[in-house]
Design a protein around this ligand. Structure first.
Ligand code: NAD
Length: 353
């Protein structure tokens, strides 16, 4: 099986590529622009395996995308390329609209052109899996869960751009018959997570004795999923999911941000102790504009139709993650030194509000 993975040098994409190349034994083409978030070091574990190829290219470049389809001739596309950080979308929405909306459109058109020229059996077997987020559903109150029928209600430029891309994918299925599936997942964490996101930022700041910024009062709730569980879910959805359907993916592991930070501190107190508890470094900072209060996924459809179960719960997954960062300074050191040192992102000047 030949699978084109866009965004395969990113956090989740690289977990998907590692899973496909090592466990599934698929032929994989990683198609990635290598933005600040893309990193070939995420693929070193499988870099030399003969069933993996890498192409540095932009999904907004129609010629490059068309050429990749014609030369690689995929049976499937797993589309993960995106601008992914909400804070960056607040102060720089243009890249999000460009890549997430126009890039997805460009990819869909290239996929459609290629797919329509396949023989009937290959055409029927072709799959385009679009990987999206639960943030498209907006914010929950204290109760309830997002299901596949929850109306879209995005709050940030990031989630609005992802919502737009989801609609394009569904439309290409309904209008042109392209065999599409959409997955909407909750917050991921795990190895190779770029250190601008809450969990890796907390681990690395804590290791360096720096302040641990928590937005607002830390009560915002996310439903955490270990990235390798997500990678397995995506391949299962593409392999066995029903066409034109959406599947929600989530680990049933709701935690408030302050709980997450305290758990990381507790593990570091054990594994990398300082003369004071790491939680002394916690500092509450100005909230994110438009910060959604709570996300939580009802994954019943994925669990019952496709028999999916997460292998990690939050306790086992977060411990593995902290241990991975402790053991992999060679991965994160260059990112902290050269790409992102941990400064606050996504704050509006007072005049902007
Ligand atoms: P990431 O930012 O770590 O990786 C994105 C990758 O896409 C990078 O390798 C980057 O170089 C590449 N990319 C960006 N623009 C590109 C372009 N124009 N052309 C080609 N490649 C480009 O993101 P991630 O956290 O791995 O997320 C992957 C996907 O999963 C995204 O679509 C995101 O919306 C979705 N998602 C993420 C989460 C999460 O918790 N991280 C949760 C649900 C869904």
């Amino acid at each position: 099986m030949r699978i084109l993975v866009t965004g395969g040098a990113g956090f989740i994409g690289s977990a998907v590529v590692r899973h496909l190349v090592r466990e599934v034994g698929a032929e994989v083409l990683t198609f990635d622009k290598l933005t600040y978030a893309g990193n070939l070091a995420n693929l070193t574990e499988i870099g030399n395996l003969p069933n993996h190829q890498f192409l540095k290219a932009d999904i907004c470049d129609a010629d490059a995308v068309r050429e990749a389809f014609q030369t690689f001739r995929p049976d499937r596309v797993y589309h993960l390329a995106a601008e992914s950080h909400v804070d960056r979308s607040i102060t720089g929405a243009a890249d999000f609209v460009q890549t997430n909306v126009l890039g997805t459109f460009t990819l869909l058109e290239a996929a459609r052109g290629y797919w329509s020229g396949l023989d009937p059996a290959a055409k029927a077997a072709f799959r385009f899996l679009h990987v999206s987020t639960d943030e498209v559903y907006g914010s929950l109150g204290p109760d309830g869960l997002f299901t596949e029928t929850t109306p879209y209600d995005p709050s940030s430029p990031y989630s609005a751009s992802k919502a737009a891309s989801d609609h394009l994918v569904v439309a290409w299925g309904r209008t042109y018959g392209l065999p599409v599936l959409v997955s909407n997942c909750s917050n991921n964490y795990g190895p190779y997570h770029f250190p601008e996101k809450l969990i890796p930022l907390t681990i690395l700041n804590a290791l360096h004795g720096k302040k641990l910024p928590v937005y607002g009062n830390g009560s915002n709730i996310r439903d955490w999923l270990y990235v390798e569980d997500h990678a397995r879910a995506l391949h299962l959805i593409a392999s066995e999911g029903r066409l034109n359907e959406t599947y929600n993916v989530g680990g049933r592991n709701e935690r408030s941000n302050i709980e997450v930070v305290r758990v990381v501190c507790g593990i570091l107190d054990e594994l990398a102790p300082k003369s004071f508890p790491h939680s002394d470094l916690i500092t509450f900072v100005a909230d994110r504009p438009g910060h959604d209060a709570r996300y939580a996924i009802d994954a019943t459809k994925l669990e019952t139709e496709l028999n999916w179960r997460a292998q990690e719960n939050f306790e086992t997954g977060i411990r593995k993650t902290v241990e991975w960062y402790l053991a992999n300074e060679a991965w994160w050191r260059p990112l902290r030194d050269k790409v992102y040192a941990g400064e606050r992102l996504g704050l509006l000047a007072t005049a902007d509000r």
